[in-house]
Write a protein that binds this ligand. Sequence first.
Ligand code: GLU
Length: 329
Amino acid sequence: MSDLPEFIEHLYEKYRLLDSGSLASYIPELTKADPNWFAISIVTKEGEVFQVGDSQEHFTIQSISKVFVYGMALEDCNRQILLEKIGVEPTGDPFNSVIRLDENSKRPDNPMVNAGAIATAGLIKGSSATDKLNRMLNMFRRYIGHDVFIDAPVFMSERATGHRNRALANLLLNFGIIDNNIDEILDLYFQQCSLVVNCHDLAVMAATLANRGINPITKQQAVKSCYIRDILSVMHTCGMYNYAGEWAYRVGIPAKSGVSGGIIGVIPDKAGIAVFSPLIDKRGNSVRGIKVFEDLSDEFDLHLFDSPLEKCSFLDISKHSKESMVIGN
Ligand code: GLU
């Protein structure tokens, strides 16, 4: 088994020049990303940091936000009410699919596809749109451990061009899943997607999920630990768009990706992993991100269903405690 800092450096070099995939263009502002950006960050539940590449480069979180807003909605409404409005069934359909609401319940299939995420945004509590946004930003602050911002141009760009999401919201309204303040709900959804993060932030957020909801660096509780199982379950079955089944088979780590090129993975009770590279495949997943996760999972036996006897994880902290380090920028 390799040494972790060396191995992520090796992965960075191995995939740095892989240039298949393309930038997401259906949100015009996202085409401003640099296709060369590439970072790998790992944060353990003890707060150790391993990273390589452009880990401080800023980008918008996009769909990865769905994981954290789902946790917030669970806290705001409780599990039962949420389940009445949003299912937990993988779809096999693209993330922005318009065609599926459950025939009987009219619920969107799960909170990781856009229809389910818009319904989730509709369940966030607050006395006004501003109050809801502030509560949401505070939630993200707890996960990330520092102040957070919305990228206004990306938000405006998505708001101006998000006709498909607007259609989904109308469908949800028609079936009584959201109430009729569609513009407010969509704004909150577009704002959550426009949150500015870097790859290190994403790894801290993933590590917080790995650490029963406690940010391993600030030690602040970001989400009640009783909801971690809900969040990780939907990540595991629905987090990678219509690649979720293959991902679960090949990589075996609860994960979520976004069209700006981030992927987070959670190793329960151990660590959070984030990869950022904005070239995405047809399903919306970062091409280099998938490769890096596949190699990490293979090398360190991270698949959840690997035999415990085979697991000899890099996350055995005693081995690396003096080697926590930052490589590259
Ligand atoms: N804001 C994007 C949308 O709703 C998120 C898509 C994604 O990252 O999957 O289309």
